[in-house]
Each structure stands twice: as C-alpha cells, then as structure tokens.
Design a protein around this ligand. Sequence first.
Ligand SMILES: *[C@@H]1O[C@H](CO)[C@@H](O)[C@H](O)[C@H]1NC(C)=O
Ligand SMILES: *[C@@H]1O[C@H](CO)[C@@H](O)[C@H](O)[C@H]1NC(C)=O
Ligand SMILES: *[C@@H]1O[C@H](CO)[C@@H](O)[C@H](O)[C@H]1NC(C)=O
Length: 580
Amino acid sequence: AASTALPKMMDKGGQRRGGLNWWVAFGVFLILICVKEGSAQIKYTIAEELEHGAFVGNIAEDLGLDVAKLSARRFRIVSGAKKQYLEVNLENGILFVNEKIDREELCEQSPSCFLHLQVVIENPLELYRVEVEILDVNDNSPSFPWSEFNLDITESAAPGSRFPLESAQDQDVGTNSLRSYQLSANEHFIPNIQTRNDGSKFAELVLDNPLDREQQKRHQMVLTAFDGGAPERTGTALITITVLDANDNVPVFDRSVYRTSLVENAPRGTLVVKLNATDLDEGANGEVTYAFSGHAPLKVRELFTVDPYMGEIRVKGVVDYEKASVYELYVQAKDRGPSAVAVHSKVLVDILDVNDNAPEVILTSVSTPVQEDAPPGTVIAVISIPSNVPFQLHSSFKNYYTLVTSEFLDREAVSEYNITLTARDLGSPSLSTRKTILVKVSDINDNPPRFSQPSYTVYVTENNAPGASICSVSAFDPDSNQNAYLSFSIVEGQIQGMPVSTYVSINSDNGNIYALRSFDYEQLRNFQILVQAQDAGFPPLASNVTVNVFVLDQNDNEGVCATMLSQTPDMCQCNIDRFP
Ligand SMILES: *[C@@H]1O[C@H](CO)[C@@H](O)[C@H](O)[C@H]1NC(C)=O
Ligand SMILES: *[C@@H]1O[C@H](CO)[C@@H](O)[C@H](O)[C@H]1NC(C)=O
Ligand SMILES: *[C@@H]1O[C@H](CO)[C@@H](O)[C@H](O)[C@H]1NC(C)=O
C-alpha cells in the first residue's frame, strides 16, 4: 500500500498542476471538485492501514488558506466517525493520519469507502467539505470457516457426482477479494468453481475417477482459496474424504479347488476341509457364509455338512470307499450385504481305503471235468477278483486269472484234483480268501482192452460133447464206462478148410468159449483160434489173443492131462487171472 497520499488539483479548465510523473508514481489523487466562495469540496484518496502521521494532503494550501493564520482563525475538522482518524497540523496545514484506518472496519464490504470531513474556519466563517476515499489494501487472506472438511462419500458414487464445500471469505473488496480456488493434485476429484447470485464464489468437488474403498479408504487434499491482490493472499482447508463401503466385492475362495483325502469309515464330525473365502468389503458386505451349491447331490448332503460361518466341512454319514472312492462337493460362499452374489468352488475328497474287505474269488467259468488228453494250457477256470478291492496282482486282464493245465493228465492215474486258490491283498493286515475247486478228469478211450494172459492154452479130450464150454478168456480195460465195456469175438479164419466158426463160438459178454463139434484126436490134434476183445469207445480199441487148443487122446494120454492140469479128466481149465 502507498504510504502517502498526495493531492492532485484540477481547476475547472482541467489544467493540471504539478509534475505528471510525480503524482502518477505515488498514485494518490486529490480532486478539487468545486472551489466556491465559502464552499469548496476537496477529495483525497489514501490507502487504508497507513501509520500515524502519514501524509494525506496539504489541506491549507489546497483550500488556498494562509497557513500562518490557521490557529488564529480556529481552523478545525469535524468528522462524523467515532474515531479521530485524521488530524491537521496547524503549523503547516497538512492533513495526516491520526489513527490507523481499517477499511473493512469502517465500511465493511462496501465496494467504496469514504471518510467525510467538514473543515471549519472562522473570521470569517468558511465551511469546506473534504472527502477522503479509503482505498482497499490486500490485508486480508481468504479464509474457510473450518480448517478441515470431512466428507463421507460412498464408493459407489458415480463419476460426475458433486460435493459442494463451504466457501472461503475475504474481507477485502474488489480485486483483493476472493477470486479463485485450487485443489491439490489428486486422482479422484477436480474442483468446480460456482458463482452465486451475489457474486460470491464457492468450490465443489466433482468426482472424476470412481472411488474404491478396498484400494484406499481415506483421501486427503488441500483446497486453496486465492484472492486477486498483488501479491495474492491465500487460505487453505484440508479436505478429508472417508470412502464408505458398497457391496462391490464378492467373496473369493483362497483356492479354486480344494483337494483333500479322508479315510473311509471316518467318524462323524471329522473335519474334511476348511473353506476360506475372503470378501474385501466391510461389515455385512464382507461377512461370508458358506453352503453347498444348489446342484450338490443329496448323497453328498447326507454324508457331509458345511458350517455356514466357519466354512468347515465335516463328516455326517458313513463314508464307504467301496461305494465311491472320490466325492465332488460343490460349495458356495456369499456375503451378507445387499444384492449379494454367490461364488462357487469345488472340494475333491479322495476316500482312502481301509482294509475292511477280504478278497473275494469269483469263478466265472469252470470247465470240469477236464478231458485227460487236454493239451497243456487248456483253460480250466476263469477266476476274477472284485475290482473294488485294491489288489496289486497282475494278469493279462485286470483281476482276471485263468487256471490252466500244465501237462497231460491221466484219468487212470488221478481221476480228480482238489485245487485250492488263495487270493491275498496287500492291505495291512493282509486279508485272504481260499477257494477250492474240484477238477474232475474225464475219460477218453485211450486204453485198449488187455487180456489177462498173453496167450491161452486149452486141452480138450476128444469126443467131447458139442456145446460144452472149453475155456474162458478175460480182459480188462482201465478206461471207464463204454470205453471199458468189452465184447469178445472170434476172428474169422479156417481150420482144415472149414471156417473156425464151425469149430468154436464165444459168448461176447463173458468170453466163454464153446466147442461146436466133438473133436477127433486122430484127425485134429491141435488148432489155434484168435479171440478179439473190443471196447465200446469211439473209436473202439481192440486186442487179440491166441488160444491154442490141444485135443487129447482119450485112451493113452489121460495121465498127461491129469499131471499137467489139475484133476479134470475131460477138460483142461484155462489159467485165468481175473483182474483184480
Ligand atoms: C484365508 O485366506 C486369506 C487369504 O488367502 C488368508 O489371509 C487367511 O489367513 C486365511 N484364513 C485362514 C483361517 O486360513
Ligand atoms: C476233494 O475235496 C472234497 C471235499 O472236501 C472231498 O470229498 C474229496 O475227497 C477231495 N478229493 C480229493 C481227490 O482230494
Ligand atoms: C487181430 O487179428 C486180425 C487177424 O489177423 C487182424 O486183422 C487185426 O489187426 C488184429 N488186431 C490187433 C489189435 O492186433
């Protein structure tokens, strides 16, 4: 502010007195509006806040008064103001500041401010009016009613939302009054300056970028009010914005899939897994509850429970590995805020087998009896072990085993076998099952009949009775049933030009041989017949045996027969070894 105020005087003709540069430099004006006899008006302009003694104007000179006579003429100034702001030095007629003038105190917010003085001088009485304009000096800073503003803004506020702030005040007027606002750099708000009808300005915050409580829940910035003075003065207020939560986050599971294992038959209440979903929101918006998803099957709900608050999944029913080795539990988490949305996850529960089942042997097919001539490798049985028992046995086919012959069998040696199968698992303790298969060996016609002797010798006394039995042959076949059913016959041939069938016959069932004629020692002393034994197998097998028949002379050879063959005089008994 200017420290002195110098008058500029202008007459009616508008001629200026005094150097132009001089008064421009000090910027103080005095306008002599009217100089009349006894009535003239002088105007001075000074800045407010001048110190005591500051020069206002040479009032005596400006009024054209003789300085030497001021006291004698009782020169004085009268003002309507409460305070004696201005005073005149009667020695030199200079008007000076008596008491510091605060324009704002004197005129408040009026755009212009004047001190009106009456100059009174007697002998003769003259009256002058003096107007002193008090110019504003930028002595006041803008100020806010509060040093800090606290705003609560929900994070869901849309960009463009406005938040008016109370305006700053500046006591000064004109250019020294409040002119603009500035907001410190920040990411979310821009200032918008509004002007009211009365010309006063206020700032509002305009949301530019959306807020996110989860990212930052408190923002601070400084609002600065500027006036238009030179130099300008400022006032600041701290703005603290608390971001209120909106339910804008869904819970997030800490794993997309939970994988865990559980031993079968785990007791009721056993903890399977603890779900953990976190929601970044606060309050009810962040409180997570857990449940099975809508499409979790009834079976799962019967076996497991979910604690809605703790997220713990526990066993509720009997978990049997043999029924399912893995369970898929679809679960969800939801917060308790408004318009909450459920998020989903999955729990894979591997059921661990406990060795509670002994292996079971299933005979899928058994081909018994087995023919004794079956080649080695013939399949006797297909054995399977249930697939839900964890065996580590190997075969060409999972859990399927075949029982095969390893060499030729001989029914005549061993007709049946008891084969015991043992299936043992690798559990702890190991459990096993035994199963006995009776394998019967069936007969094939692999044995020809065997005569009880390699050959037979028969002595027949001549003149025997035709039709009498002369001998009996026997044979044995180790095969069974029809393979061992024998029939005897006499192989066709000739004796002395006659068919053998005219000499002897044989009972095909029991091998008794009959003489069909009476033999004559003088004509036929011996002959041979070939007897065949044949079984009923398919194809049949047969064996031959030779029966030597000697005809004995009735008169002179009696003693021979008696000596050789027991005591029968008319017929020699065949030496038959019946088996067994
Ligand atoms: C839940 O998950 C969050 C985030 O992964 C983790 O900070 C917190 O410790 C977990 N709580 C429990 C009980 O495991
Ligand atoms: C096979 O076992 C059965 C039943 O135990 C028994 O009757 C039979 O005599 C046994 N056979 C052999 C050849 O061991
Ligand atoms: C038995 O003898 C007849 C006649 O000599 C002959 O054809 C047949 O092959 C013989 N059979 C056996 C098994 O030796």
